[in-house]
Design a protein around this ligand. Sequence first.
Ligand SMILES: [Zn+2]
Length: 442
Amino acid sequence: MAGRVLRRAAKSVAAGVLHYSGARKAMAAYRRSQSGGRRILIVSYHRVVSDFTGELQRSIPGLLISQETFRRHLEEAHAAGFELASIGDAVDVMAGRRTAKKDLFVVTFDDGYRDVYRYAYPVLKQMGVPAITYLPTAFIDTDKRFNHDRLFHLLRRVQERRFQPDFATMPGPSIQLLGPILTGHKTVSAALDDFIGEHPTRVLTGIIDGLEQQLGGGADLVPEQGDVMNWDEVRRMARDGFEFGAHTLGHTVLTQEPTAVVEHEIVESKRTIEREVGVQVKDFAYCNGWYSDEIIRILSQNGFRSGVTTEDLPNRVGGDPFTLKRKVMWENFSLGMMGDYSSALTVCQFDDCFGVLGMSHPVLGHRQHALSPATDTNQVVIQGLVVPAATLSKVTPVEVVQVTEPAFATDARVAVPVDSPQVVLASDAALATEAAQPEELQ
Ligand SMILES: [Zn+2]
């Protein structure tokens, strides 16, 4: 706890010093020259809420931002000299088809939460700021809730009731999720964050079903919050010029699925939006932020022009439009030492001061495509070899990824070209990596 407070204090103080000394501008200029002349900052939000403190009691923190802080983000971006641009503008500038007079700031939303329609849309419309929302289309116009929101809700009930689950009737890995929560070693959001990205959907739904049954069923086991837009709301936003991209049908982590499923999820989610809204869909967001060469191939063969990740790194002119880097934002990114809104901190986040200083650690989204049946949750893949996870001496779940391209070699955070497999903590980017370790990334 003391460490967290110190880290938050360190970032607050650093932000103030950088901001008022002018060093922040120098860092922005450094990033600009690294990016090929213009910075292209793509930010990702999930839920924009009217009452952040109230919502914090019942929702995954890393998905939330208050309407007021969201509005201030847009104002600060404008004041800091960014052009608030569309994803298409960003892709054109990166491809050299368009030159930008200013650095670009692109607003994106993942998952199509109804909060975005209620609280972000009016602000964007009033300020004339473009935005794109990525829709998992099988959820739109339904009262279904996402697995991550359902699990979070159930785990909080388990905690409140001091309930001891019977693991014998649940999927094997459930102990990895519930154990650290029951012993008080992890918060619910940290445990979920570590767990979700590492396990296929069937394990998550198995735990949800098991817990719902054991907790006795009932309406209060399904979260009220976390509802998604309906097609009328989507169409209303589209009529005002807001864009929509695909985010699979069922919020599916595609790197864990066979090619036929990947194709179906990509093509059908695109077609559904096009049919329902009457617009062309050319942009995609990877669930969990995870992608593979195979997924990119399928996207580019099916009329897409871009894919967004959750890799918190700079975009460069000439970079790959199917691995667009994004900064995942939430309320605490802008909270200073005393828990109040900090303008200096917000602008430092936009200008990537902490990245330049090596104070933040991006999680890379490139994964080996785990074709079924290699989705056994007790195994990991190292250079194509399937190894039982038990042989890896790590307590936390790890994902082994192959990093072959020295693409970020000039980045301060990855100073050395990497050509050997890297073991990285694979926290769940879809839940906002910050949810588990907010203090690290503030
Ligand atoms: Zn998502």
